[in-house]
Design a protein around this ligand. Sequence first.
Ligand SMILES: [Zn+2]
Length: 73
Amino acid sequence: MSPQWIVIGVLIALVYFIFIKNKPLSNQGSSKKDEKLNDDDMVECKKCGTYITLNEAKLSEGQYFCSDECLNA
Ligand SMILES: [Zn+2]
């Protein structure tokens, strides 16, 4: 086997792995808008309208609430 074939083989493997790595992980419905939220992002309380960070927010049935009072109200 000539060295050129080894180089070409390595290049093909490299390109292959780069494509695999860059492939989006979202296999479930690309048409659906899927926003990724961070813990620091602000969300609005569904009940009182207060803005709280996602870290503090209480999530219930897809809605965010600032506190247990709003969640249970
Ligand atoms: Zn609230």
